[in-house]
Design a protein around this ligand. Structure first.
Ligand code: MRU
Length: 366
């Protein structure tokens, strides 16, 4: 997507052909900084410290991390070490493990001398596949938006989203934002309510930044505003992303998603989840019971970072010294609260049978 008229993806291979460039998302929206990853450890740290974040981008970064590792040590033990280092970088988004399993399946059977080249080629494929998947999500989600638009001709369609499931969270286009960008491109009148998404503020800092750069009308709202807007008919539909969807259709996403789904249910607002198929975890049968929920540092809750009027980026404490805090990064929305799953293969019912019918090759792969 475009940043000040220049096309960017969130991650890419640098001109030297081997190092990896990525936008440092910790610095947005205050500064646009490119980071260079030159080792497997760099990739692991980038994921862990949220220089990159968002389930599909975490997967893509891990894939390149494996490629970087193969330059250093392509032996069987080097492969295992890289896998083991990267797979624990963050616990909730299943795209991380999915990408690493794909890489290992390509690399393990071949001669170590061929592994580095094969790893870059497979990582590039994973990256291109993400872009293609998101194009599919864009087209399928657009149909939903067009259906709503047909019911209120000439009026603005209001979409609520939570966290950042935009192009910064994927390689390009985004998942939840893909249909929004396409609708905007096609000239539909669309406006996005952007949940700020405490404590990391992915909505306020990233989604708003993206939408602004694309000229998509949007309004940032405090996280607790969605219910009020829905009660007053100010939200036509909600679209969120996800870090892992269980085989039963339960959806794990950024903390606070569940409360938005409850409010949507209570107010008859359609609640959709945009999801690329690598985000489905067929090995998990019950999302609430079995998806591991990341708990992050309390500093994310006690401290806030922003830019002062004179342009300095500063961090300040907003919680009294000594007050304990809790920082659960994700929650699980039960399938019964989800209207539909927008995938690259169509909009699916959030249940086991529909997911299995749409992605039979994933079931067969085990
Ligand atoms: O903690 P983050 O910023 O990695 O969490 C990101 C989200 O929760 C996104 O909504 C999710 O990964 C979907 S990204 C297309």
């Amino acid at each position: 997507m475009k940043v000040d008229g220049k096309h960017f993806r969130s991650i890419w291979r640098e001109r030297d052909g081997w190092s990896v460039g990525a936008i440092d998302q910790r610095r947005l929206p205050h500064e646009f900084v490119i980071a260079k990853l030159t080792s497997c450890e760099d990739a692991a740290v980038a994921i862990r410290d949220m220089l990159v974040r968002g389930a599909p981008l975490i997967g893509a970064t891990a894939a390149y991390g494996m490629a970087l590792a193969m330059r250093e040590d392509a032996s069987d033990s080097g492969l295992k070490r890289a896998y083991d280092t990267l797979v624990v970088a963050r616990p909730t988004a299943i795209n991380l493990k999915w990408a690493l399993d794909e890489m290992r399946a390509t690399l393990a059977p071949i001669d170590p001398l061929e592994r580095a080249e094969a790893a870059y080629a497979r990582a590039d494929e994973i990256v291109e596949q993400d872009v293609e998947i998101n194009r599919g999500i864009a087209g399928n989600g657009l149909k939903l938006i067009e259906t709503i638009a047909a019911k209120k001709p000439g009026e603005t369609i209001n979409v609520l989203t939570h966290c950042n499931a935009g192009w910064l969270a994927t390689v390009d286009w985004g998942t939840a934002t893909a249909p929004i960008y396409l609708a905007h491109e096609r000239g539909l009148k669309i406006h996005v309510w952007v949940d700020e998404t405490r404590p990391r503020n992915q909505g306020a800092s990233l989604t708003a930044w993206e939408l602004g750069h694309h000229g998509v009308p949007h309004t940032v709202i405090p996280d607790n505003t969605g219910g009020h807007l829905m009660q007053h008919g100010m939200v036509d539909l909600a679209i969120v992303g996800t870090d892992r969807v269980a085989a039963n259709g339960d959806v794990c996403n950024k903390i606070g998603t569940y409360l938005k789904a409850l409010a949507a249910h209570d107010n008859g607002v359609p609640f959709y989840v945009a999801l690329p198929s690598p985000t489905i975890d067929f090995a998990v049968n019950d999302g609430i019971r079995d998806i591991p929920i990341e708990q992050r540092s309390g500093i994310e809750v006690t401290d806030m970072t922003g830019r002062t009027a004179d342009g300095r980026v500063e961090t300040v404490r907003i919680v009294p010294e000594g007050s304990p805090v809790a920082n659960y990064a994700f929650d699980v929305t039960p399938a019964r609260l989800v209207t539909g799953l927008i995938t690259e293969r169509g909009v699916l019912k959030p249940d086991r049978a529909s997911l299995a019918a749409a992605f039979p090759e994933r079931i067969a792969a085990g």
